[in-house]
Design a protein around this ligand. Structure first.
Ligand code: PMP
Length: 326
């Protein structure tokens, strides 16, 4: 989406500069704006970190052309890394537990990556162990490890956040974003708080996830269908810093699902469940700012819509709530 007014040399030049669009259902006095990350070439927010992490690791000499990136990933990060690796003369190997989305694995393979499946019962932990094992066996190989790598959040500090502040001439009252690795929210929050320490920072998670426990709230752990955000063990989400966060909003699967369908029907957005959850939380916060329950330095709320619903059609994302699978 960078600029389509002149020819570009590489698909990498189309990463970032995504549009910021008003969520029309939000209250007039405190509009919600959503950054549409499906406009990236791999159709998700993770194209940003795929490119940024690999460029930085090449610059620092941690990796050199012809080398290999090995990442345990079930999804969008693999696609983002595969796009960047392919264009930067790097090989990509992704270690994916068997149960994960077939669509995403097909896209990674189409981009030239090698996929190694690990048994479903070994979980993401099994995939992480295998990735490190493989990298140790290869010369010139790295595991970027998005859950622990500060470059993940830095990509959003350096690029996503300034785009938001430029688009709104700095008039940002609150930032609301779903947290998986929390790289998106942490990078944007750090930049936002440097502009104005009163900007309200809200993390979004599914009901059943445990980020709220970091803010002293009790939360009951449970399974959830919303994909891409939430945690069952905050110790694995090394980038999440509760000190940068004012509130953690929990959104139910059902509320996120109703909203993602509404966003398509009424506003023309083909977005997935983490966008539905972000939209619900952002609109709730906007209403609280309007009524004065929450204070914010400007009457606006910015959120992120991380990816598109097309990637989840096989899971029945547009069927009834009960028929939507995870
Ligand atoms: N939504 C989707 C669909 C994702 O794949 C991710 C990444 N896991 C996120 C939201 C959350 O982004 P982050 O990892 O930066 O917190």
């Amino acid at each position: 989406m960078t600029t389509h007014r002149e020819p570009l040399d590489s698909v990498l030049d189309t990463i970032g500069e995504t549009p910021l669009v008003r969520v029309t259902a939000s209250v007039d006095a405190v509009p919600v704006y959503a950054k549409l990350e499906s406009f990236n070439p791999g159709a998700s927010v993770k194209d940003r970190i795929g490119l940024y992490m690999l460029e930085q690791m090449l610059d620092r000499g941690e990796l050199s052309p012809g080398g290999t990136v090995v990442e345990p990933t079930a999804g969008n990060t693999g696609i983002g890394l595969a796009i960047a690796a392919g264009q930067l003369d790097l090989n990509a190997i992704f270690v994916v537990p068997e149960r994960f989305s077939v669509e995403k694995q097909q896209l990674m393979a189409a981009l030239g990556a090698e996929i190694i499946n690990t048994p479903t019962e070994d979980g993401m932990g099994g995939a992480i162990d295998r990735a490190h094992q493989l990298a140790a066996e290869l010369d010139n190989a790295v595991v970027p490890q998005q859950f622990a790598n500060p470059l993940n959040a830095e990509a959003h500090y350096e690029l996503t956040a300034p785009e938001i502040f430029d688009a709104l001439d700095g008039n940002v009252g609150a930032i609301v974003a779903g947290c998986g690795t929390a790289g998106t929210l942490m990078g944007i929050a750090r930049y936002a708080l440097e502009q104005d320490e009163d900007i309200h920072i809200c993390a979004v998670e599914p009901e059943g996830s445990l980020y709220s426990t970091t803010k002293g709230k009790s939360a009951a752990e449970a399974e959830y269908k919303i994909e891409g955000i939430g945690t069952h063990d905050v110790a694995t989400n090394e980038l999440f810093d509760p000190d940068l966060v004012d509130s953690v909003a929990q959104v139910s699967d059902e509320a996120a699902h109703t909203e993602l369908k509404r966003l398509a029907r009424e506003e023309g957005h083909l977005v997935a469940s983490s966008s539905g959850a972000a939209s619900v939380a952002a609109q709730r916060l906007a209403a609280k700012i309007e009524s004065g329950v929450v204070s914010a330095p400007h009457d606006s709320v910015v959120t992120i819509f991380p990816d598109s619903s097309e990637r989840y059609l096989s899971k029945g994302i547009y069927r009834s709530f009960d028929e939507w699978e995870n």
